[in-house]
Structure formats: structure tokens, C-alpha cells
Design a protein around this ligand. Sequence first.
Ligand code: FAD
Length: 391
Amino acid sequence: IPPVEGDFYHLGDEALKDEDRALQLKVRAFLEKEVKPIVNKYWLKAAFPFELIPKIAELNICGLTYQGYGCMGKSNLMEGMLAMEMARIDTSISTFFGVQSGLAMGSIYLLGSEAQKQEWLPDMQQMKIIGAFGLTEPEVGSGVAGGLTTTAKRNGSKWILNGQKKWIGNATFSDVTIIWARDVDDNQVKGFLVRKGTTGFAVEKMQDKMALRIVQNGLITLTNCEVDEEDRLQNANSFKDTAKVLKMTRAGVAWQAVGCARGAYESALSYTTTRKQFGRPIASYQLIQNHLVEMLSNLTAMQTLCFRLSQLQDQGLLTDAHASLAKVFCSMRTRDVVSRAREVMGGNGILLEYDVARFVADAEAIYSYEGTKEINTLIVGRAITGFSAFV
Ligand code: FAD
């Protein structure tokens, strides 16, 4: 286990109970041993390391905060710290896990009936069933709240879905995909559990992404896709319900940004203390130290902010605006940290084998998904002024 250079204010050391700290270190050791050595190879091939799924499942951390269904019922702080640990090694693996544990399981946990929770959550917790979350469309990204064009039409005990979904993480291999569609009769957004192999559900892998290349994003086409009423998320009645899931997962994305920044900072610190120019380690030069301290300041500010964010979440006080502020701040600061990390590594900063190039690319995806900077800014702006500036 490497030293924790990126935890300057000892948040990990002091905040967690002994058993939680032990879990954090166990996850970190797993990531160092099993994930770090293989990620660059998979990232380059834009392939997913399926062999990791049973190994991650063994950690028993999926759906960490949920009560029951085999989940551990741990704090949001613990979950946030584990999101950071994952992204510190690889943001793609952390995203794969976030889609499974947060977006997909979270939709069922927050909005499913008891029967739906019983059917899906225990197997998803053990990662025997992999989930995806289909909200964004080719023509509708930021404007999903009012603009979804995918339709759902009730026909007796069935629903007929038509439309397209773009960017859907895990969708190329998911066993169940949550599709958000507008009910043509009452104009409200509803969620549907679409099972793998359903007629009229087709997925195409999105090619040539320049960030999060390990994550398998799918373009989904729904053509008269039939779903039973029993597979409609029973407590998802409008986009306000979808937003409950996003509030929870946006907090996780803020932690993920911290992890990405921390991975880059720690790589840069280690590199600059060993790399010599003009006969001395480059870390001994003032201009390099300035970069390192700027990185650490940003990283520490992000960590402290997320720490408080998770406390609010654990106290049941988290608002959409709280989550959005953290997501905006952390994804912006992470961009700054990774670019400084790349800078202090000179030419090696653009070589994949030194890891930082991957963090630089992946920070761009964090910056845009789960609400862009502008959209999360407008959510906070609306909360503090009372004026909605979306349109
Ligand atoms: P657009 O909405 O077209 O925005 C383009 C630009 O316009 C942005 O800068 C935006 O901020 C700005 N803009 C838009 N409206 C306004 C406004 N009112 N005022 C000011 N500026 C505005 N989606 C899923 O459903 N499931 C997933 O699993 C998933 N995974 C993803 C993984 C990756 C790697 C990426 C990149 C995306 C993923 N997404 C997923 C989609 C993601 O949530 C969207 O990309 C995001 O919401 C932005 O939508 P868009 O890309 O269509 O951009």
C-alpha cells in the first residue's frame, strides 16, 4: 500500500471508524494489485476487463449505503471515499462501478416496488447482474428534464417504447437497462427495466472515445420495444423522481473527480522527486514546487468539500444544489490538477505508461457527464437566486 500523499489533512485516517478504514485500505490494496497493472492496456484497446467483475464483487461494496438486499448499509462518506479510491487508480473502473452501484441499483432502490427490489438488488449487489441507466438521447442531453423524446405508450399490461439513448455506460453488456421515457398519455417521465435480449432493444458500441475508454458506452435503439407493466419502476412518476437518483450519484461523481485529481497528483509528486535535471531532482526547483502546491491545495479543498457533502448526505440534508456545487467545483479543479501534473512530467506526461495522460483525458468526461458545468451551475444559481435561467 503506497503512502497517502494526497490526503494532506488526514481525512481518511481520522474520519472513518476502524472497520471502515480497514475496508478502505482493503479496496486500495485490491486496486493497486489487480487494477493498476492492467488498466493502460485495456484503456488503449477501449476494451473492458471482464475478469475484474467477480473480483470487485468479492469486495462486497456494491450498493454500499443501501439497507437490506445484501447491502452493507454503510455511510455515504464511506461510499464517497471508495469512489475516490477507485478513481485514484482508474476513472473508467470507477465509472463502471458507479453506473452499477449508483445509477442502476439506485434507481431500483429509490424508485422500485418492494417486489422489484427483491428481484434485482441482491443479484446486482453481488454483480451477477449488471445494470445500465439510459437517460441521455442523441438530440437531448442537458435538456432531459423537459425534452425527452423517447416515448412510452401503455397497451394493456404492456408498454411500448420507441426512441434512442446515447452514451449509456455498460449498455453493451448489461443484463438490465433502466430506460427513461415520456408517457405519451400523461406526458410524465417514467422508468422501465428493460431486460437483455428484449425484442426491439438494440445496442451499438460507441467507438473512438478519447476519454474513459474502458467504459463501454452504448447507443441504444428502441423499436416497438415491449416491456411488462411489472417492469415499470413503480415509484417513478415524473422527472422529479429521476432527479432523486441524480442527486445521489452527482455527489459520487464529485468524489470521483477527487480520485482522478489525487491519482494524477500522486503520480506527479513521485515523478518529480525522482526525475533529475541539472543534477538535482526537479521537485527541488521552485517553479515545480509551485505546481505541486497548487495541485495539493486544489485537491485538499475538493476533499474537504466532499467530506462535508457526504456528512450532509448522511444527515439527510443534501439538496440538489449541494450536490451540483460539489460536482462543478471538483470537476473544474480536477482539470487544473491533471493539467499541472501533466506539465511537471514533461514529455512523459503524454505517455500512457506514466498514467497521468489517462487522468488528463478522463477528467474531460467527468467534466461533462452527470450534468455539465453549465447545467450544475444553473441548478446552484436557481437555488441561491430563486430565478431559473435554464431557458
Ligand atoms: P449538450 O446538452 O448538447 O450541451 C452542449 C453544451 O451546451 C454544454 O457545454 C452545455 O453545458 C451547454 N448548455 C446546454 N444547455 C445550456 C443552457 N441552458 N445554458 C447554458 N449552457 C447550456 N447519460 C446517460 O443517460 N447514461 C450514462 O450512463 C451516461 N454515461 C456517459 C458517459 C460519458 C463518458 C459521457 C461523456 C456522457 C455520458 N452520459 C450518460 C451523457 C451525459 O450525461 C451528457 O453528455 C451530458 O448530460 C451533457 O449532454 P450533451 O453531451 O448532450 O451536451
